[in-house]
Design a protein around this ligand. Sequence first.
Ligand code: SF4
Length: 205
Amino acid sequence: MSIFDPVYRDTHVSGQIARILFSNSQAIKHMLWEKSKLENLTPAQIQVLLYINFVRSDSVTVNSLARHLSCTPATVSGILDVLQGKDLVERNRKSDDRRKVILSLTPKGSRTVEVVQDVGNDIEDMISEFNEEEQEILERLLLKMSKKLIVKKLINYTDFCLNCSFFHRSKYPDSFKPHYCDYLNIFLSEVETYKECPDYRDTLN
Ligand code: SF4
């Protein structure tokens, strides 16, 4: 059996869907390559810049990036060296834990993110042509698939706090960081709850 065998796909819907997903992922990779060529960056460098920009700042470490990109910390360090050489990224030691190095964007890095962050918009445009019900079904099924990929350690899913099972909204309503994370034991400002988090656990399903 092979999802690339038309005879097999003719009798197996699952094979047909797998083949479609495979082709679609090639298209997404192609979009990323096209964007990276324009900005004189590699796809991995773009993914690193987007990760640093959209993930909660104290989670942006070499190890979390390595998990996100499914590569080794040594590979990530190499990518960071190049980005640092281009003045797009900086490494800083955490003031309260000198062993931990936090990654952040330089002003030039933030400007570059402004340019490259539209890389997924073409896909969103296509999806927005589906009606609301179709979009909800697609989201539910893709999420279900993401969970299986997470279990197999093939992707590292991130999302923001709203649907996270660890999120405790307005635990300290008078504080400037009113929200609380029961997993990381940290207080969160409103802005921080809208950052991607590698420790996210969804409450849906
Ligand atoms: S683990 Fe959940 S609640 Fe905690 S910061 Fe991450 S997304 Fe937010």
